[in-house]
Design a binder for this molecule. Structure first.
Ligand code: ATP
Ligand code: MG
Ligand code: MG
Length: 353
């Protein structure tokens, strides 16, 4: 039978494993943690470090195709898998570009997608001139490894530089112009191994302290803006030769112009409403794409909102759920502050347009 291998043991891997299982595939998960959400639903857990080439090789040889649920895997991991001949989707290009915020912005700009103006920061002395050039305010972000707003510091003036540089761990960074956006949206898009593409209606995303709190469809934006955002996301997956699902986040300005923030070469939290509200959800779509299948239809059948359950909010009383709410819990053992524990999707009106 076909075996899908997933690198990473978190909730995205768990939901990918469930979708793969529904399509009849066996699932192996590779991650170092003993008790990870995805590992506990997999047929086999390869428990080893991402730098353990021998374990990676055994895992990849046992799998028909390997995918991932987080993009920050070391280059050596990608190489160890490539050496076995087992395909890795998404591939090295999608991973390399998305792992580094400076390379990511340069790549986006290179294919005609606008981003916030930015400067590359290698040392503390680079920050003051960059801040001045960007209008005196900006967001300092580590080039690598940031997520959920970690590895970021707002600089509201020169007085914030020293503490900001300290808080990003003095790591190679970018300084981005502060964007006074009207709202945020994301496009979830999939590309198959034959180059077929399909995107979903873009949700409007609301963040709290740098962490996604809520995604809502429809976004409330003009149709032309949504069409343009979806066009840009398709251009991105084509340019990367990406296979699988990818999410491109945007700031939307009051005049309707779009500024890309970042992309994730994988299923995404802002697409968690798609299984309940659309003909095909993002997890199923990703498995279809990496398995070499034709993509499923992405039409939206319902208006919907997705609410993240973060920290103690993960202790949900199932008796309190409304009839139109679907609860997904990730099976995490401890509800730490800022930790994503699950989500609720609220299915609203059937789509009218
Ligand atoms: P994740 O990968 O979990 O989405 P992250 O740590 O990569 O998060 P970003 O997406 O870069 O972080 O930023 C998180 C949020 O912070 C954005 O969605 C936005 O609300 C705000 N933000 C980030 N950069 C800027 C900016 N340049 N101007 C204004 N707001 C910003
Ligand atoms: Mg990010
Ligand atoms: Mg983001």
């Amino acid at each position: 039978g076909t075996v899908i291998g997933i690198l990473g043991g978190g909730q995205l891997g768990r939901m990918l494993a469930a979708a793969a299982s529904q399509l009849g595939f066996d699932v192996h998960v590779f991650c170092p943690e003993a008790d990870a959400p995805a590992a506990r639903v997999a047929m086999k857990h390869w428990q080893a470090d991402y730098t353990d080439d021998a374990a990676l090789s055994g895992f990849a040889r046992a799998c028909s195709v390997v995918t991932l649920e987080f993009e920050n895997i070391p280059v050596s991991t990608v190489e160890a898998i490539a050496a076995t001949g087992t395909p890795l989707h998404p591939g090295a290009k999608s991973l390399a570009v998305s792992q580094d915020r400076a390379d990511e912005k340069a790549f986006l700009n290179g294919i005609g997608i606008s981003t916030a103006d930015y400067r590359v920061i290698a040392a503390e002395a680079d920050i003051a001139p960059a801040l001045a050039a960007l209008g005196g305010k900006g967001v300092l972000k580590t080039r690598r490894d940031g997520y959920d707003g970690k590895g970021q510091a707002w600089l509201k003036g020169e007085a914030d530089i020293a503490a900001g540089w300290e808080s990003v761990g003095r790591a190679p960074s970018v300084l981005e112009a502060a964007i006074a956006f009207d709202r945020e949206i994301s496009v979830i898009v999939a590309r198959s191994s034959t180059g077929e593409t399909a995107s979903w209606a873009p949700p409007r995303n609301v963040h709290d302290n740098g962490i996604l709190a809520q995604s809502v469809v429809p976004s409330g934006l003009d149709r032309a803006i949504e069409i343009e955002a979806r066009r840009q996301a398709v251009a991105l997956v084509d340019a990367l030769g990406h296979v699988g699902v990818l999410a491109l986040e945007f700031f939307v300005m009051a005049d309707g112009s779009l500024i890309a923030n970042e992309f994730a070469p994988r299923v995404h939290n802002s697409g968690h409403w798609t299984p309940e509200a659309c003909q095909t959800g993002q997890f199923e779509q990703h498995i279809r794409a990496i398995a070499g299948w034709k993509l499923g239809d992405t039409h939206r059948l319902f208006d919907a909102e997705m609410i993240n359950l973060i920290g103690e909010a993960g202790h949900v009383d199932p008796a309190g759920l409304a009839a139109n709410e679907t609860l997904t819990l990730y099976g995490k053992r401890e509800a730490r502050a800022g930790r994503k524990m699950g989500h609720i999707t609220r299915r609203l009106d059937p789509r009218k347009d």
